[in-house]
Design a protein around this ligand. Sequence first.
Ligand code: HEM
Length: 491
Amino acid sequence: MAFSFISFPLFSSSLFLAALIFTLLRRTRKKHTFQLPPGNTGLPLIGESLRMITAYRSGNPEPFVDDRLCRHGGRLFTTHLFGELTVFSADPEFNQLVLAGEGRTFESSYPSSISTLLGRRSLVLMKGSLHKRMHSLTLTRFASAGVIRSSLLPGIDHLIRLNLRSWGESVRLLDQAKKIAFELTVEQLMSEKPGEWTDYLSRHYNALTDGFFSVPLPSFLCLNAYGRAIKARKKVAESLMELVKSRKERKMREIVCKTETRKKDMVDELLEAEEGFTEEEMVDFLLALLVSGHETTPAMMTLVVKFLTDNPSALDLVKEEQVGIRERKKGVQEALEWSDYKTMPFTQCVINETLRVGNIISGVFRRTVADVHYKGYKIPKGCKVFASFRAVHLDENYFEDARTFNPWRWLGNTSKDSGKLSAGAPTFTPFGGGQRLCPGYELGRVEVSVFLHYLVTCFSWEVAEKDKLVFFPTTRMLKGYPIHVQRHRSL
Ligand code: HEM
C-alpha cells in the first residue's frame, strides 16, 4: 500500500475518508498526553489530513514535513491524520525502532476496508510465528537472489522482450509497466503464461487495486470504486480457487503415478506447507502477493524512465553501460544472465536514486502495542505511528543535496541498498526493514534492470504529454507518462 504514504503497497484516500466518516460517527478522538512529541492536531476531527493530502497531491509535499519539524524542533512531531492522533517520525533511529520492534512494541495496522480486500491470510495481515514462516517462505522460494538467478531470470527476460516487441509508436508507460509486472508475477507464482486467463485476471485486479484508494461504502451498493473492488475480488478469488483446486488434483495424480518432475512454484509450496492451509487461505495468500507487486514495480519502472529523461547525462551513462553488456553477448537474442545483472553498477545507482527520490512507499503505519519511551517522550500503547522513509531520504542531514536526483552519489556505495537493518540506524529504507522487509526487494530491482536494458538498447523515446509526479494516494505520474517511442534494434 502506498499513498505514497502507504506502506505495503496499499495506502489511501479511502483511509482518510473512511476514517472521517467513522470518526464523525464514533467521536473517538483521543486525548493528548504531555509525553507525546510536540505538535498540532489541526482542525477538529479532520486534523491535518486535508493539509497533508493537498501537499502530497501538489508534487512538492516537503514543506508539510519541513514546517512542522522546524516549528517543533526535533525529528518527531504529533499530528492528526485519517481520524487518529499520529506520531510522525522523520528520525532514522526511531524508524529503526519501529521496523525492528514489529510484533513486540509495534504492529502493522490497516483499516478493515483494506483487510477485506486483501483477505485474512495475506502476508501483510499475518502476525506472529505464522507471519515469520510465510515471510521466509515467500523470500526463499519465490523472490531470493538464488531463485531469481537459477530459475526466474530467463522468464523475466523473455516476458519483457515479448511485451516491448508489441509496443506501437506511442505508449502510456505506466499501463505497459503494470501489464509487464502483473504477467511476470502470475508466471512466477503460478507458472501461468500470459493469455486469456491472465488478461481476465488482470482486468479484475485493476478494479481491485482501485478500491484501495476509494471510499469504502457498503459493498452491496456496488456504486463506487470500493464496491467494484469487492466484486472484482470475488472474481479474482474464484479464478484463483479454480487454479488451486486443479493444481491440487494434478499433484495428487503426480504423487500416485510418481511423475512429479515440474519446477516447483508458490502454489506447490502452499500445497505442501506443513500448516495444511485450506484452499481459501491459499487463495488469500496468492491474491495479496499479486497485489504487492502490482503498484510498486510498475511505478518504479515509470519513475526510472522519467528521471533518466530529465537527466540526459545519466541516461547516456546507462545506455553506454547497457550497450556494453549487449555487445558482449553472442547475439541480439541472447538473454540477460545473473552475471550481466551484477555488472551494471551505474544502472544500480540510478535505481537506488530513483527509490530514494521517488519514494514509492513513503513510509509505514504502525500501532504501538506497548508504551514506547524515546528521547524523553512516552508514546502510549495503542497510538498510531507513521515512520516516514521519505522524510529521511530527502533530509540534508543524511544525503548531501538531498532533493536533487544524483545517481553518482551511490558510486562505490552500494552496501546501503538492501534495506536491511544493520548496527547503525539505516537512512536508506525504500523496502522497509525488520520482519516485514519487502520480500520482493531483489525481484523488483531485477525486473526494473532488465526492463531498462531492453528499453535503452532498443528504443529512443520522447515525452508525448507534459506530466506531473504526485504522491497521493500513490506515488505515480499523474497521466501515466505517455511517451512516443522509436525502435532502433530488434528484440
Ligand atoms: C520497487 C518495488 C517495491 C518497493 C519499493 C516495495 C516496498 C515495500 C515496503 C516498504 C514494504 C514494507 C511494508 C511494511 O513494513 O509494512 C513492502 C512489503 C511487502 N512487499 Fe514490497 N516493494 C516492492 C516490490 C515488491 C514485489 C515485486 C513484491 C512481490 C511480488 C513485493 C511484495 C511485498 C510483500 C508481500 C510485502 C509484505 C511483507 C510483510 O508484511 O511481511 N514487493 N514492500
